[in-house]
Design a protein around this ligand. Structure first.
Ligand SMILES: Cc1cc2nc3c(=O)[nH]c(=O)nc-3n(C[C@H](O)[C@H](O)[C@H](O)COP(=O)(O)OP(=O)(O)OC[C@H]3O[C@@H](n4cnc5c(N)ncnc54)[C@H](O)[C@@H]3O)c2cc1C
Length: 381
């Protein structure tokens, strides 16, 4: 299997490897959507920034995902309110809606503000969709009941879809023009306060921000048990007019998800939970077991017979709290990740927040995540 995402549809001029010693105010490790938002914020703040990636810009989940832009946390809003507290849940939700608006304004070529659907797979989930709708309405968050060809559930008009790789590459080019120094194929082998070492060189810096979602616990063994790496897999078809899917669809508690791209291709992911734990793995290549399930679902449920042209996988990490991790894990070393499968919006928000913290400022999302985690802890005691 080729493991090539449907998004990899344009040429990319590679960035150099890091050779020798360079200096920076902040070194950002990991150039996915979160790391690039972080670099962008640092540059805007006037910092000298060096960014390094082990592979290519957005070569991880950031350029290989489902392309959903969903507001909120990994928990549906009704669960978020119950788990994190109403005020924190509501404010986090609002910040993520603003982040989607910002992403659309920054990279209009990559973002479609078409809303999203959460479709119930059975009666129990339909009831939960109604509970989510009630919780959102109670907090004046836009959502409406939906019945249509995809099924029954919820329509969230402020969500959207995007081309994740295009957005990341656009941001990378932009921050380089703004004088950030980015290096590809330069894995951080050692991260200590003030120094990041790669095979060809090192970065002496005042602060380090590690924006790596999948395999975060390999970089920071101290996070073992708090974040856990999983593989997510997808397929995409040739352009087709067999179906018309105007907005991304989240199905069966979000385990399955699909969208139709502007050229008619259908991109579908899912079934992580069906392999008896085998998707808790560092392996980021597709496997036949999940790919076969995706094929059947594509034909039988989505109703698409067009040939599958792309099959791919990538690593993400799930957090034990369902909240992203945004933390100073070592002195002047911040770690962010653990988006639990929904890092496109939260990752960019956390990336910007980490930049602000590293520059000595504050970040509302960091405070909200702390308050939400505290609420969840006291609730379960
Ligand atoms: C199949 C799939 C579907 C998904 N669908 C959605 C979706 O529809 N909506 C949504 O919100 N989220 C989705 N996600 C999750 C989302 O893609 C991620 O949470 C998000 O992209 C994480 O971005 P990131 O920049 O934080 O991290 P990553 O994408 O993990 O980027 C980290 C970067 O760090 C680099 N790196 C790793 N180790 C090192 C090192 N030692 N030194 C230097 N660089 C290093 C990697 O090469 C990589 O480029 C999906 C994920 C997958 C895999």
């Amino acid at each position: 299997m080729s493991n090539l995402p449907v998004w990899d549809d344009a040429a990319w001029t590679p960035l150099p490897r890091l050779e020798g010693q360079v200096e920076a105010d902040v070194c950002v490790v990991g150039l996915g959507g979160s790391g690039l938002a972080c670099v962008d914020e640092l540059v805007r703040g006037g910092a000298r920034v060096v960014g390094v990636d082990a592979g290519m810009v957005a070569g991880g989940a950031a350029g290989r995902n489902g392309g959903f832009l969903l507001a909120g946390t990994a928990l549906f809003y009704n669960d978020a309110v119950a788990t994190f507290g109403r005020e924190s849940a509501r404010r986090i939700y609002q910040l993520t809606v603003e982040q989607i608006e910002r992403m659309a304004a920054e990279t209009p070529d990559a973002v479609r503000r078409v809303g999203s659907l959460r479709i119930a797979a059975d009666a129990e989930e339909e009831e939960d969709c109604r509970a989510q709708l009630a919780a959102m309405r109670a907090d004046a968050l836009p959502a409406e009941w939906y019945e249509g060809p995809e099924g029954r559930g919820l329509l969230v008009p402020t969500d959207g879809a995007y081309h994740p790789l295009r957005r990341c590459r656009t941001l990378a080019v932009r921050v380089v023009e703004a004088r950030a120094r980015l290096f590809e194929h330069s894995p951080a082998l050692a991260i200590t306060p003030g120094m990041v070492t790669t095979p060809g060189g090192c970065v002496r810096c005042g602060a380090v921000i590690v924006a790596v979602d999948g395999k975060l616990e390999r970089i920071f063994p101290e996070l073992e048990g708090r974040v856990r790496t999983a593989r997510l897999q997808m397929v995409a078809t040739a352009p087709t007019d067999e179906v018309r899917v105007p907005r991304p669809v989240y199905y069966r508690w979000g385990y399955e998800y699909w969208q139709q791209l502007p050229d008619g291709r259908v991109a579908l992911g899912g079934f992580r939970d069906t392999a008896e734990g085998r998707e808790w793995t560092d392996d980021a290549t597709p496997c036949a077991e999940i790919q076969d399930r995706l094929d059947v679902f594509l034909r039988e449920h989505v109703g698409v017979r067009a040939p599958v042209t792309h099959r791919w996988a990538a690593s993400v990490s799930f957090s034990d709290s369902w909240l992203p991790l945004l933390e100073e894990v070592r002195p002047r070393v911040w770690a962010l990740g653990g988006y639990s499968g929904t890092g496109n919006v939260l990752g960019a928000l956390c990336g910007r927040a980490a930049a602000s913290l590293a520059l000595g400022g504050g970040a509302e999302i960091a405070e909200l995540l702390t308050a939400a985690a505290e609420h969840a802890r006291t609730r379960t005691i």
